[in-house]
Design a protein around this ligand. Structure first.
Ligand code: ATP
Ligand code: ZN
Length: 218
């Protein structure tokens, strides 16, 4: 099987925190598709859509470039990517917040106290903007993973990291002192696809199903 040119394309996370809930939601809205771990894409059997499995970091760019028409991704990555995509519908799972956190024993209680300090994060764009908007001059250090260990290593005074339950902060003796962004899994779209008459009809049929399921679960 191969990708179909007449189908719309949806990118979802291949293997991560959003994958299972996203697949379940696609099945709940009535889409039939097979998915195997090794697969790069699936073709829906009962809807003119192909599903692409990608790294979540690439989804906003794929949508913005028109490689796919729609994507499902955490809002945190949409904001960080600064790509011109439409946030169409929040999906009420994958809830998390990007928070500023410091070691509990640091005595730091406000972000103003971080002036002149190193702040480690995997979200440098969002973090830099957050501090710049508040006129706090920090040195943002970009780390791709395990950001929460950087204060203990002496690399950073504070971190900006995703928090859901807070267990990872507690495990590392960190406390949150401010909130940068609230996030959840979101359907995003490409403006050109949304303006394409034929695609818009298919996309609207799909979104109607999503809205119905979201309304029923409220
Ligand atoms: P990929 O391999 O696709 O790049 P990843 O490791 O970067 O995956 P995950 O850890 O699977 O990403 O997280 C995917 C998304 O889940 C995040 O971008 C965020 O929107 C959401 N999320 C919800 N809770 C959390 C949390 N506690 N920590 C991190 N992400 C969370
Ligand atoms: Zn990722």
């Amino acid at each position: 099987s191969k990708l179909n040119g007449d189908h719309i394309k949806l990118a979802i996370q291949k293997d991560g925190r959003l994958t299972e809930d996203t697949r379940n939601l696609l099945r709940t809205v009535g889409l039939h598709f097979e998915s195997y771990k090794q697969r790069l894409f699936s073709i829906c059997r009962n809807f003119p859509m192909d599903i692409l499995y990608v790294r979540d970091d690439d989804i906003a760019e794929y949508v913005a470039e028109g490689i796919v028409d729609l994507g499902i991704v955490g809002r945190n990555l949409v904001v960080e990517s600064e790509k011109p995509v439409e946030e169409i519908l929040p999906l009420n799972y994958g809830h998390c917040s990007l928070k500023v956190a410091v070691p509990a024993e640091s005595g730091i209680t406000s972000i103003e106290q971080l002036s002149g300090c190193n702040v480690a994060t995997s979200y440098p764009v969002t973090t830099s903007r957050f501090f710049a908007e508040r006129d706090i001059d920090v040195n943002v250090i970009t780390i791709s993973g395990s950001v929460e260990i950087t204060p203990a290593l002496g690399v950073a005074t504070a971190i900006v990291d995703l928090v859901s339950t807070g267990s990872s902060l507690r495990l590392n003796d960190l406390v949150a002192i401010d909130n940068v962004l609230d996030s959840q899994s979101t359907i995003i779209g490409n403006r050109t696809s949304l303006a394409d008459k034929q695609k818009a009809i298919i996309i609207e049929r799909l979104l109607t199903r999503f809205r119905g399921v979201m309304a029923a679960s409220e």
